[in-house]
Design a binder for this molecule. Structure first.
Ligand code: UDP
Ligand code: MG
Length: 332
């Protein structure tokens, strides 16, 4: 829903976990960018239960600036759920999702808006370069995007990924229909369709603090991303089971025939090879089934995905009245 020549209303959605030093700098840079745009904006910060003094910093900022709204989760739920919450709460005609660590420069926002005004309803900021990342992080990232493009089948996914994007109000409304707990947001949005476009930007080094992605979280993201969009692991498991069953059957014929001919196959080595190979395969297959089963159970429980401990901010701009929005954010 573009607003022609009238003033645009833009929401900036930021998940934040222990980013108290970055938040004030982020606000100042956003403020400088919007001072040059004819747009009205709100900054929606989702504090993912930070343990530093983010709460105090945010409430002080929200006290000073009426266009800041902040919500605090009751427990740490991860950045994808923080962004989910922010997108459901956003009231703008479009929303831009940006991390709080200034790796995604606010100065890129006008380029995203230009593409949106040209008709795109999803605009990705695609990384042209990444500063300040080590070789292991870059290798994992290439592996992840390769899996998503080649194995899961998201051909349109940028090879170096994109975690900074703009969504039109229509996409925000559609996104509100989703209730998945474990899916990665970028993958969901790629999957949703709508007219999508991209710009490139240089991912910057973090200003303060460290990345919160450890090896365990990264592994969970890979398994979540594959299980949420692909049944291929189960399909390949069936193929492997079929091939192993045929081979086992042929081997069994050979063993029995040899026994009848009076030359039983000797011993320990062949037995151990069969037991270990089959045992290993079975455990792997049960593990894959378990990953799908656990996620089915997780979704079936229908627990709230996040709980809000506190909300602060002076509320919406007075002229951001309810009737201009196609869809009100629903209760969680
Ligand atoms: N974040 C969050 N919850 C978490 C971990 C991270 O809300 O449990 C936020 C974090 O504060 C940042 C964004 O998600 O604004 C991206 O996180 P990070 O910079 O650690 O990820 P990376 O840039 O390494 O992908
Ligand atoms: Mg970061």
């Amino acid at each position: 829903m573009q607003a022609g020549n009238s003033v645009l209303r833009i929401s900036i959605v930021t998940p934040a976990y222990n980013e108290s030093k970055n938040l004030p700098i982020f606000f100042d840079r956003l403020d400088a960018v919007f001072a040059r745009l004819s747009a009205d904006w709100e900054w929606l910060v989702i504090d993912d239960h930070s343990s530093d003094d983010s709460l105090r910093v945010l409430s002080a900022l929200a006290e000073q600036h009426s266009n800041i709204r902040a919500l605090r989760f009751s427990r740490n739920c991860g950045s994808h759920l923080a962004v989910t919450c922010g997108l459901r709460e956003a009231r703008g005609e479009c929303a831009v999702v940006m991390a709080a660590d200034l790796q995604d420069p606010p100065e890129t926002i006008p380029n995203l808006i230009d593409k949106w005004r040209a008709g795109a309803q999803v605009v990705w900021a695609v990384r042209a370069a990444r500063e300040g990342e080590n070789a292991v992080t870059l290798a994992f990232s290439s592996f992840y995007y390769w899996i998503m493009r080649r194995f899961v089948g998201f051909e349109e996914m940028p090879p170096k990924g994109a975690d900074f994007f703009l969504l039109d109000r229509r996409v925000l409304s559609a996104f509100g229909e989703f209730n998945e707990t474990n899916a990665s947001i970028t993958n969901l949005i790629l999957w949703m369709g709508f007219p999508q476009d991209s710009i490139t930007y240089e991912k910057q080094a973090r200003v303060h603090g460290q990345s919160k992605w450890n090896a365990e979280k990264k592994l969970k993201l890979v398994v979540d991303s594959v299980t949420a969009f692909s049944y291929k692991p189960i399909r390949y498991m069936s193929y492997a089971g079929f091939v192993i069953a045929i081979l086992g059957f042929l081997y069994a014929i050979d063993v029995v025939a040899n026994a009848f001919r009076g030359h039983p196959i000797e011993g320990w080595t062949s037995l151990m090879v069969v037991v270990l190979v089959l045992g290993g395969f079975q455990m792997l297959m049960m593990g894959i089934l378990g990953e799908y089963l656990w996620r089915t159970l997780d979704e079936a429980r229908r627990r709230p995905r996040y709980l809000i401990e506190a909300r602060f901010g002076k509320g919406l701009h007075s002229h951001w009245t309810k009737d201009v929005f196609m869809n009100e954010p629903r209760p969680i």
